[in-house]
Design a protein around this ligand. Sequence first.
Ligand SMILES: N[C@@H](CCC(=O)N[C@@H](CS)C(=O)NCC(=O)O)C(=O)O
Length: 209
Amino acid sequence: MVTIYHLNNSRSERIVWLMEELDLPYELQTFQREPNMMAPQAYRDIHPLGHAPIIRDGETLMVESGAIIEYLLNRYGNGRLQPKTDSADFGRYLQWMHYAEGSAMSNLLLEYVGSMMKPEKSDQPGPLQMFHARNLEMVQALNDELGRFPYFAGAEFTAADIMMEFVFSFLERWRGEKLTAYPHAAAWLQRVHARPAYAKAMAVAGPKS
Ligand SMILES: N[C@@H](CCC(=O)N[C@@H](CS)C(=O)NCC(=O)O)C(=O)O
């Protein structure tokens, strides 16, 4: 059985949600962040890279949420939650699967961490202003994309939505932003949050669990 090492309020939510969508059994081990938000030593002892999520599946021990999702889908998904490789949605699916961590989270974290390290405000000139402006453009572009398609890959909900959902959760939870200026993104978030598997995952591994 797959073991998910979950760190509270973290990207490991993605993996719990995926397993619930696939209706697969898993063992959940939950760890609490230290006051400085880092993973505790017991978590770091599981894998030398020590970031959440971590999973174990037999001999396989993995970090990196996107890679874990691809692994679980390819091994246990039976074609679910990803478009067929010859479908028109496949390129978009791959793009958003990778964009979530490769660009979106990096862009947001640059601004978030930068704002904690420097007194500079994002409405003043400097790198923070640049990151802030870039992130506004990014969220607008994501909103526009969700005006073209109901889900990130196209007509169907896929694992790309699971990857991208954390980007918007980060905006709301950590930066306290409301998506009122982004109606397509807000409607999409409501749709994905209404999924029974999301509710189940959040009950055991959500921010309030
Ligand atoms: N790109 C990685 C990011 C992993 C990451 O930064 N995880 C955070 C939680 S969301 C973490 O482990 N923070 C605590 C720490 O680094 O000690 C992924 O998607 O898995």
